[in-house]
Design a protein. Structure first.
Length: 335
């Protein structure tokens, strides 16, 4: 298709507009993230943040590529999963722009968008995806025209777990990057780190994962006198090892050799290192896209929209959000 596809991402804390050109080539997003001074993300407050910034971010996205509004030939948006009030803002903006410009509208699956931008950026053909974000933790592989969930969290997403632990220790959102820094600080003055005395529960449940007990046990270690830096290190080691274990089982089960990381927690260098080492031991390869495409971004929505627009569009009466949309509910209609 000719012209540019605009992608709108509003599943949670980030409002982002992204663009791909007529060939599906992605360009950096224009984004803004709500950062609560205390507590977690309140869905309605995040939705208000998104509404207030919609016009400014949209203009910024156009200006970033010196585009006029008439250069937009399609509008893609996150239809789910995510926080309901936040998703509704993005859907409303998408409907308005589609109607005003008289261009096709397409609602896409946020989780699948993470996969497709990763495949495009890393040159992966048919990887197993380790999807690690605030709201989700899943191990995914393609089979018979869909992305199948081979394992997932039974309670909370790994990013949510890290943020909650951080919040319990006075670290504001987002807590994951601070936990990573504290873990590195621990390693700087601990030449021979050991998990003795820092043990945490086993988070693997078959092919699934459970993180809430891990978080509670880590907090008890802090309350029992262990340094926050050492517990941050232990928490990362245990949580990431569990994810890598399930990912390795998925590689063995599917016979695939490529592992692709996606989601905001994929920005963590320790997780990337563990993933790379595991894949190399299996004579495979591990990939992670640039950090700007790991976190929630409008460009990945635009990219998936561009792919799907070759086969389908979304009518207004089908454009309602689905905050519980599953990864495996989206048929792979593109090649």
């Amino acid at each position: 298709m000719s012209g540019w596809t605009l992608g709108i991402e509003t599943t949670a804390h980030t409002f982002s507009f992204g663009l791909v050109d007529s060939e599906g080539v992605p360009f950096p997003s224009t984004s803004d993230t709500i950062r609560p001074e205390k507590g977690g993300i309140h869905p309605r407050e995040a939705a208000d943040h998104h509404k207030d910034l919609a016009s400014k971010l949209f203009r910024g996205a156009l200006e970033s590529q010196n585009l006029d509004i008439g250069d937009i030939s399609a509008i893609a948006y996150s239809q789910g999963p995510g926080l309901g009030p936040c998703l509704r803002v993005g859907a409303a903006v998408a409907r308005s722009l589609s109607s005003a410009l008289n261009v096709p509208l397409i609602g896409v699956n946020h989780c699948v968008a993470h996969i497709e931008i990763g495949r495009q950026q890393c040159g992966c053909d048919d990887p197993v995806l380790l999807y690690v974000s605030g709201g989700n933790t899943q191990v995914i592989a393609r089979l018979n025209g869909r992305y199948r969930v081979l394992g997932e969290t039974l309670d909370i997403g790994i990013g949510n777990m890290l943020d909650k632990f951080a919040r319990s220790n006075g670290i504001p959102f987002p807590g994951g990057p601070v936990i990573e820094k504290l873990a590195l600080q621990y390693l700087e003055h601990e030449q021979n780190p050991t998990l003795e005395g820092l043990e945490l529960p086993y988070a693997v449940r078959g092919m699934d994962l459970a993180f809430s007990g891990l978080m509670t046990a880590a907090q008890r270690l802090v309350e029992g006198g262990k340094s926050l830096e050492s517990v941050c290190w232990s928490l990362q080691e245990h949580a990431f090892a569990a994810c890598i274990e399930v990912a390795e089982r998925a590689l063995a089960h599917t016979g695939k050799s490529q592992l692709l990381l996606g989601g905001g927690v994929a920005c963590n260098e320790r997780l990337c290192t563990m993933s790379r080492l595991m894949a190399e031991e299996r004579d495979g390869a591990s990939y992670v896209p640039p950090k700007m495409y790991c976190i929630d971004n409008g460009t990945m929505i635009a990219r998936l929209g561009w792919l799907e627009l070759q086969k389908r569009t979304t009518n207004l009466h089908e454009s309602a959000i689905d905050q519980y949309l599953r990864t495996d509910q989206t048929p792979i209609v593109w090649t």
